[in-house]
Design a protein. Structure first.
Length: 398
């Protein structure tokens, strides 16, 4: 116990300690990336702190989203990494960063009116360190899916007026899903070729080929470089009224000599091989790599989409075989049979769904071919032929 005399003697020391500067850690930023798109703009701040304590608020007049990071300070170098990002085509007007006297970093995003924020702290995964991920959702976001459905409805009405009612068949909608995107680059080749870029180019080529037949309409789950969660891809295809779902990928393997195309379907009996299990596990991590954390509501949605039927899996297998046959005419085949595993993006009730690995981007020769527009065109033609053959011979009503 401190007596009165000792307390008086220690007063100068307590006074000195009180006025010592508080020790705070520097908020070290590894990288800042921004991904604008019509639905929302995703900003990822990759940092070197394993755990950060944050608080955020939406403020009005003027509209601002304020994030406080406690027990941190920011240096000029890290300040510039965040302050100098390109805000073009985003709902963010400017960014202010302050070191508060109360030992916190305050980041202020000055936004367009009624912009909402969705904020997550994502733990380190794959090649990323811990990230603070902020989605800026505009007040009036452009809904590409709604536009697709509206245009589809208009065309249907025009067809009704232009032709006799009898004998008209409704358009068949094909959902093409370019894998990965935005914060999730997918696999990366030795020359720096990113899976997300290659598969988007192939998907757009495939769209043009399919739509040469006026009876077909193609819905792309993404048409730019931005992230879409696996569950959103499923939901969009279902809302669009898709009859077929094809997810396009170009994966990597630990050995650079691995080569060839493969086709996968959903399996309700476990993976058909260890490689298929590994591939599904890797692809299913896409949400976390892309900066998505599953909420309780998402868990409910996931359970609903897990209820795929045996009929859907059977039809997916038939579709997969047709596509694999066509791919064998333009590419080496890695697996000569359709493989199955628990791919989350294929859990699409009642819609025949396949995942196509067009090649191994980790193989230098295949990476070169994937970069080549002519080879992309050949892959798109093979996919187109396989899809059309399936629809032509299927007993399903389209």
């Amino acid at each position: 116990m401190i007596n009165r005399r000792n307390f008086v003697l220690q007063l100068p020391l307590l006074h000195f300690l009180y006025f010592l500067p508080r020790v705070t850690r520097g908020f070290e930023i590894a990288a800042v990336r921004i991904w604008p798109n019509e639905e929302y703009t995703r900003l990822a701040i990759e940092h070197l702190e394993e755990k950060i304590k944050i608080q955020y608020s939406n403020e009005k007049n003027p509209d601002r989203i304020v994030i406080k990071i406690f027990n941190m300070e920011i240096t000029k170098k890290n300040f510039n990494k965040l302050a100098n990002i390109n805000l073009e085509n985003t709902p963010i007007k400017k960014i202010s960063i302050l070191n508060s006297p109360t030992d916190e970093v305050k980041i202020i995003f000055h936004t367009n009116p009624s912009t909402r924020a969705r904020i997550s702290s994502i733990p380190a995964i794959a090649h990323y360190r811990d990230r603070l991920v902020i989605d800026f959702i505009p007040a009036k976001k452009e809904d590409k899916l709604l536009s697709f459905l509206e245009n589809y409805q208009k065309e249907k009405e025009l067809n009704k007026r232009a032709e006799p009612q009898k004998g008209i068949k409704k358009p068949i909608i094909i959902a093409i899903d370019p894998g990965h995107g935005g914060e999730d680059p997918g696999a990366i080749g030795k020359k720096g070729t990113k899976e997300k870029d290659v598969v988007l180019k192939i998907a757009k080529r495939l769209k043009r080929k399919i739509e040469k037949n006026p009876r077909f309409k193609v819905f792309l789950t993404r048409n730019g470089d931005y992230f879409i969660s696996l569950r959103s891809r499923i939901k969009k295809a279902k809302r669009a009224g898709a009859s077929v779902f094809v997810s396009i990928h170009a994966d990597a393997w630990i050995r650079p000599d691995a080569r060839g195309a493969s086709v996968y379907i959903l399996s309700d009996k476990g993976a058909s091989s260890e490689a298929a299990r590994w591939m599904a596990k890797k692809e299913n991590l896409s949400d976390l790599v892309g900066g998505e954390i599953m909420t309780k509501n998402d868990e409910i949605a996931k359970t609903i989409f897990n209820m795929s039927t045996s009929a859907q899996i059977k039809n997916s297998s038939i579709l997969g075989k047709k596509v694999l046959e066509e791919l064998s005419t333009v590419s080496h085949i890695h697996k000569k049979t359709v493989e199955g595993a628990g791919f989350a993006v294929l859990k699409n009730p009642d819609i025949p769904s396949i995942l196509v690995e067009t090649a191994f981007i980790s193989n230098p020769q295949e990476e070169n071919r994937l970069r080549n527009g002519l080879h992309q065109e050949k892959i798109a033609s093979a996919l187109n032929n396989g899809i059309l053959t399936f629809i032509k011979n299927s007993k399903l009503r389209f």
